[in-house]
Design a protein around this ligand. Structure first.
Ligand SMILES: [Zn+2]
Ligand SMILES: [Zn+2]
Length: 290
């Protein structure tokens, strides 16, 4: 097994799984997919209501991850959080929620917290600064092992982070004392919708990535095809190979010297049956790797 992995240089691969019924139920769902990476929500992502992870939950979760054979765990934070908002009330609420996300990650010994950069609303430059300041404060308030991964965005509305340059600038604006805990998650559907042509210019896109953000900051890939066209600045995930990106770039990713070893998680549509559909997607990706 070790020899096979070394030969093929494969990183952990898995899916976003449901945590319905409690976080302890997420790892068995990953195991059912033979996944070696998993992503999940530590609370209801579309609600402000917070929760804490008691010791019992943490212990059970860590045991379940180990039992499932999952090597990389990532939590995705709430969609309501906007750390770049000019509205001080909303920004304070977002920061509080972000801190709670980080605390739950620490309690559950999660490797990565994936977070979308905020929406600047008024002015881009001040928005990026507000976003960076909130990130710095949140990380300073919750010391620990969980790394924050800022996800590339599709660029709808006033969202920050739809260009590699802007995401690099945001990271550079984070306080030096916590900057080492900040990395990047690239979502293939988002960068394609933001105008990065993975089909026609695969090598060009990734060389721009390495020149601006750098390979050392890339800790996770969200592998999703896109329902919408190149540059359409909308976030609509599609099954791998069945969208506007198509199969070829995913084949390249699965065998690419720098990208193949990076942990990967799918967030593709689950259709009628999450387990069946995700199994099919992961089998397809694994077939690209061999
Ligand atoms: Zn994503
Ligand atoms: Zn998305």
């Amino acid at each position: 097994m070790a020899a096979r992995s070394a030969l093929k240089n494969e990183g952990p691969l898995g899916a976003h799984v449901s945590s319905a019924g409690g976080t302890v139920h997420a790892p068995p769902r990953a195991k059912a997919l033979d996944a070696t990476a998993m992503q999940f929500f530590t609370k209801q992502a579309s609600r402000w209501a917070e929760r804490e992870c008691a010791l019992e939950e943490s212990t059970a979760f860590v045991a379940a991850v180990s039992d499932a054979g999952v090597h990389i765990t990532t939590a995705h934070d709430s969609y309501l959080i906007n750390l770049a908002s000019p509205d001080t009330t909303l920004r304070a609420r977002s920061l509080e929620s972000f801190v709670r996300e980080l605390q739950r990650c620490e309690a559950l010994q999660i490797d990565y917290l994936v977070s979308h950069p905020g929406n600047f609303m008024d002015d881009r430059v001040s928005g990026i600064q507000r976003n960076a300041d909130s990130i710095s404060e949140g990380l300073a308030r919750v010391p620990g092992r969980t790394m924050l991964l800022l996800e590339t965005t599709a660029g709808c509305g006033t969202s920050i982070g739809s260009t590699f340059e802007e995401l690099a600038g945001l990271i550079d604006a984070v306080d030096m004392s916590v900057r080492a805990r900040v990395g990047v998650c690239v979502d293939t559907a988002h960068i394609f919708a933001a105008g990065y042509d993975l089909g026609a210019d695969f090598d060009g896109v990734w060389s721009r990535f390495s020149d601006t953000i750098g390979w050392q900051r890339l800790h996770l890939l969200h592998l999703n095809d896109s329902k919408v066209a190149l540059g359409s600045r909308r976030d609509r995930h599609e099954l791998i190979g069945e969208g506007a990106i198509g199969e070829a770039p995913f084949r390249r990713i699965m065998t690419h010297e720098r990208l193949a070893p990076v942990p990967k998680v799918i967030e593709t549509p689950k259709l009628d049956d999450a387990e069946t559909t995700d199994r099919r997607m992961l089998a397809l990706l694994r077939s690209f790797a061999s």
